[in-house]
Design a protein around this ligand. Structure first.
Ligand SMILES: [Zn+2]
Ligand SMILES: [Zn+2]
Length: 461
């Protein structure tokens, strides 16, 4: 399979806090393993990501801490960069959404979709806090989810049941900052006309989902079940990507829309940095280039519906080929995001343990097809028995045997039947592992490789 081209995007970490182990197991590590695999196979691979710097959660944090949103986002971006470098996640480019370059790319996408009739302005009634004197975009509005009864649902989404919400659906709505009840006032926003793109999105989903994992498929079909609704892609905010149309200086483009555009803007930035302005086109316009997006399950519709809608609206750009989404890794049975444990953040964990045992344990214990649990005892035991006891020990035995008996790597001798059978067995394992990796079944791949290691130890005995 020479000359194959692969684009890999890992979901953009949100710069409202440090990375925890759940983020790593959810998408950064699987994307990195797959990228390393593709490069080893000689595929022409481009692997990009960056920090998602905008949105109301960062603004709420900034307000609480008496900082600017930029200060909060930059602080977390620096922490994320440190984690990525300590973990050896080998991106071709890791950037962020708060750059002039990203603004320019989003502006071009926005204007192009507007020109093609996929974006238009509409007036809508939006929640407004009279005592804070501002519109309450997304995180600024809290209330009870009408679907599951969760009391801290946000204006745009329920973190408990994952449903996308309309601000007007929330029960007992209140201002996140001052607790006041909102009133609804008329404001003008830009809408992405998903209804006009729906047929093509549906064709794309139906033609692709045989490759997707069950959670990607189910989540996508759920989102599409009642048809695609046109969605507001701007907000009454001052932090974010500016709207490239005169008269909207006090509004910004919503993160749902602009963060996914980061895959394209990062690819273009990579090209520019490499001194070849058009390099990105070989990955985005060659229909044979396969695009893989790695993410955790809460992010699926943005990559299987919203981003493909934008790409279909623009035309001439590659759509996602596979969208491997992981379930959640739990920390002693609880969600990482809610854990305040020092060890749950990656930077904290790596102060106490080296990186390879962590990568190994997260790889064999990846939440690929169901939630998995990070268990400290198991972390230590798996490393001692598997990585060290089986793999490390095998290498040590082979090398010290060769050193003691030959002083060098000896010439190949006559193969006995047992030797030849062993080689055949190892080749079978190798082929099977490659098959798993090609289908992004990473856990299956590493288990096959470890089975080969055990076989090799038995042979050496
Ligand atoms: Zn809910
Ligand atoms: Zn308020």
């Amino acid at each position: 399979m020479p000359n194959r081209k692969i684009f890999i995007g890992a979901a953009w970490p949100y710069a409202n806090g440090p990375l925890h182990l759940g983020h790593i197991a959810g998408c950064l590590l699987p994307a990195d393993i797959f990228a390393r695999y593709c490069r080893m196979m000689g595929y022409d691979t481009l692997f990009v990501s960056g920090s998602d710097m905008h949105g109301t959660p960062i603004m709420v944090t900034a307000e609480k801490e008496g900082l600017t949103p930029e200060e909060v986002a930059e602080r977390n971006h620096a922490s994320i960069l440190k984690t990525i470098s300590s973990l050896g996640i080998a991106y071709d480019l890791y950037t962020k959404t708060h750059t002039q370059h990203h603004f320019d790319v989003v502006r071009d996408i926005f204007l192009s979709l507007m020109e093609k009739g996929y974006i238009e302005t509409r007036s809508e009634e939006s929640p407004y806090c009279p005592s804070c004197a501002r519109f309450m975009a997304d995180r600024y509005l809290e209330g009870t989810c009408p679907h599951c009864g969760y009391e801290e649902a946000r204006g745009d989404q329920c973190d408990n049941c994952g449903r996308v919400l309309d601000a007007k659906e929330l029960l007992a709505p209140r201002c996140k900052i001052c607790g006041s009840e909102p009133e609804f006032r008329l404001t003008e926003h830009f809408y992405l006309l998903l209804s006009r793109l729906e047929d093509r999105v549906r064709d794309f989903v139906e033609g692709s989902m045989h490759r997707w994992r069950p959670n990607t498929r189910n989540n996508t079909l759920n989102f599409m079940r009642d048809g695609l609704k046109d969605r507001a892609i701007t907000r009454d905010l001052t932090w974010g990507v500016p709207i490239p149309v005169e008269g909207y200086e006090d509004k910004r483009i919503y993160v749902w829309f602009e963060a996914v555009c980061g895959y394209l803007s990062a690819s273009k930035l990579y090209s520019r940095n490499a001194g070849k302005e058009d390099l990105w086109q070989s990955h985005w316009k060659d229909p044979d280039c396969r695009h893989y997006y790695f993410l955790a399950k809460d992010n699926i519709p943005f990559h299987t519906i919203i981003w493909p809608s934008i790409l279909l609206g623009l035309g001439g750009l590659n759509l996602p080929y596979d969208v491997p989404s992981n379930e959640y890794l739990q920390w002693d049975g609880a969600q990482f995001s809610k854990s305040r444990s020092h060890g749950a953040t990656v930077n904290g964990f790596l102060e106490d343990y080296p990186v390879d045992p962590l990568r190994f344990y997260l790889s064999v214990n990846m939440p690929e097809r169901g939630d998995s649990n990070f268990d400290m005892d198991e972390f230590i035991q798996k490393n001692n028995t598997e990585l060290l006891g089986a793999f490390g020990n095998y290498l040590h035995r082979v090398l010290s045997f060769a050193a003691t008996n030959f002083g060098e790597v000896p010439e190949r001798g006559e193969l006995s039947k047992r030797d030849a059978d062993f080689l055949d067995t190892i080749r079978e394992f190798y082929e099977r592992a490659l098959g798993s990796m090609e289908k992004v079944r990473l856990k299956e791949g590493i288990h096959t490789m470890m089975a080969a290691v055990h076989e090799a130890n038995r042979y050496f005995n």
